[in-house]
Design a protein around this ligand. Sequence first.
Ligand code: GRF
Length: 202
Amino acid sequence: CRIAVLISGNGSNLQALIDRFQNEQHVQIAVVVSNKADAFGLERARRAGIPTKVVPNRSFDTREAFDAALMAAIDQHEVNLVVLAGFMRILTPGFVQHYSGRMLNIHPSLLPKYQGLNTHQRALDAGDKVHGVTVHFVTEELDGGPPVLQATVPVLEKDTADALAERVHVQEHLIYPLAVDWFARGRLAMRDDGCTLDGTLL
Ligand code: GRF
C-alpha cells in the first residue's frame, strides 16, 4: 500500500508512521506533502529518505486551485491512501470526493465531541473526565466522517491543555499506525453507513 502523508507542522504522527513501517513491505510512505515550507515534519521525512513536496497554500488564489495542485502532487506518486497528519487546511468537496474511502484523518477528541480547533481546552472547560482521539475516514463534513478507531485518556485534576495534549499524542502515535496497517491489509473499508473492519460494521 503506497501512502501520502499530508502535514502542516511538527509531524510527530508522521514520525510514528515512519517508525512503524520503515522495515515493512506492505506500507510504503511514497511522499510527504506540506503546505508549509518550514514544517518540521519535512525534516523528519528527509531524514527517513522519503520524497517531500511543498505546496504553499498562499501561492494560490482559491481553495480549488490549491487543492488541484495538492491532488497533482499526490497522484504523481500513485498512492492508495492519503493520511492527514496535522494538515491544517480545510479541503474542498472535489478533493474529498477524489479520495473518497481512501483518506484518513486523526482528530484530537472523542468525536463527535469537539469538532474543529482547541479540543483539549474545550474538554477541560466542559469538565470532562475522559478525553481522547479519533481516527476517521474523511468525508465532506469537517471532522464528521465514519470513525475507525478511538483511544481515551483520563483528564486529571489540575490538568492543562498542554499536559492533556501530550497525553493524547501518546495515544495518537499508537492508533494511527494501527488504522493504516488495517487499511493496507485490506481489513478496513468505508461504506455509506459507516465503515467495516473485516466485514463487521464499526
Ligand atoms: C495532532 O494532535 C492531530 O490529532 C491533529 O493535529 C496534530 C498533529 O500533530 N490533527 P503532529 O504534527 O503529528 O505532531
